[in-house]
Design a protein around this ligand. Structure first.
Ligand code: SAM
Ligand code: GLN
Length: 285
């Protein structure tokens, strides 16, 4: 079969399954299998595809048709210009989280060696992006999931970006013993989806991404933010910043929470869709 015939067949099957951006998905899979760029794919549409490559494509396509996210099928995701390995042990880093990194970078200006802590690092996306931009930074990254930390470690190694990885539960009292330095910046994209929204999530997210990464345990949707505010005196240097991503419904709630906890300059930024969900606040003693 030719490239074009395989591509058209894959597009038709993905469309049939109701998958958004069916053509783009099919292109990504075929590019990956053939090891060619999109431009090359279309430059030689009549090129023959070997049987081995056809079988490989079929295996990937079947996974995608079962609604496994494209990035898990490919095994990688792009984040802040870095190619990160992703497995079902980690949340697939989202484009809006790049804006959280961007907001944080603005607070590191003038610091020779910023001390940074990423809470709930998953694939290591935020921590690695900051270290990449600020090679002299001391970047700590923690997660409750040992499997996620293994992926973060693999990414750090592959990208040659040094992180200090800590396996710990931020909600546990022992956290302060596990993470002892004080930081100029504490950054987090914590779990913030309430259990009540489970049914509204796309099957790719609901059925494939890690529960621990998505859902807030318990009744309080702001639980992780309250914990960060409570930890501020032990974690942050005076004048240090907290930068967090929030649920679109809770940006203002999180801002008020940090204001009430005595933080200064608590400000919300909108994401690219205009929803206020990037919160920065400054810890002043
Ligand atoms: N930082 C990554 C990103 O932005 O792509 C992953 C964010 S994901 C929404 C939240 C992460 O927090 C998951 O990796 C999850 O395992 C971790 N996590 C959940 N509960 C935690 C806890 N109690 N202590 C530490 N990490 C936790
Ligand atoms: N942004 C993710 C989603 O779209 C949720 C990530 C999180 O809970 N921090 O479902």
């Amino acid at each position: 079969m030719t490239r074009l015939a395989l591509l058209n067949d894959a597009v038709a099957r993905l469309e049939q399954a109701g998958i958004e951006d069916a053509r783009r998905n099919a292109e990504w899979l075929l590019e990956d299998v053939l090891g060619v760029s999109r431009a090359m794919l279309y430059a030689h549409p009549e090129a023959a595809v070997s049987e081995g490559e056809q079988l490989h494509l079929e295996a990937l396509l079947v996974r995608r048709l079962r609604r496994e996210p494209l990035q898990y099928v490919l095994g990688y995701a792009e984040f802040f210009g870095l190619r990160l390995r992703v497995t079902p042990a980690v949340l697939i880093p989202r484009p809006e989280t790049e804006e959280v990194v961007e907001a944080a970078l603005g607070h590191l200006d003038g610091l020779e060696t910023p001390w940074i802590l990423d809470i709930g690092t998953g694939s290591g996306a935020i921590a690695l992006a900051l270290k990449d931009r600020h090679p002299s930074a001391e970047v700590f990254a923690c997660d409750v999931s040992a499997d996620a930390l293994a992926v973060a470690a693999e990414n750090a190694e592959r990208l040659d970006l040094a992180l200090t990885l800590v396996h710990t539960d931020v909600l546990n009292a022992a956290f302060a013993h596990d993470v002892t330095p004080t930081f100029h910046l504490v950054i987090s994209n914590p779990p913030y989806v309430p259990e009540t929204e489970r049914a509204t999530l796309q099957p790719e997210v609901r059925d494939h991404e890690p529960e621990t990464a998505l859902f807030v345990p318990g009744e309080d949707p702001l639980r992780f933010y309250q914990r960060l505010a409570d930890l501020a005196p032990t974690l942050l240097k005076p004048g240090g910043f907290v930068v967090v991503e929030t649920h679109a419904d809770h940006g203002f709630g999180v801002r008020d929470l940090f204001r009430d906890a005595g933080f200064a300059e608590a400000t919300l930024k909108a994401d690219l869709s205009g929803r206020p969900r990037i919160l920065t606040a400054r810890y002043v003693r």
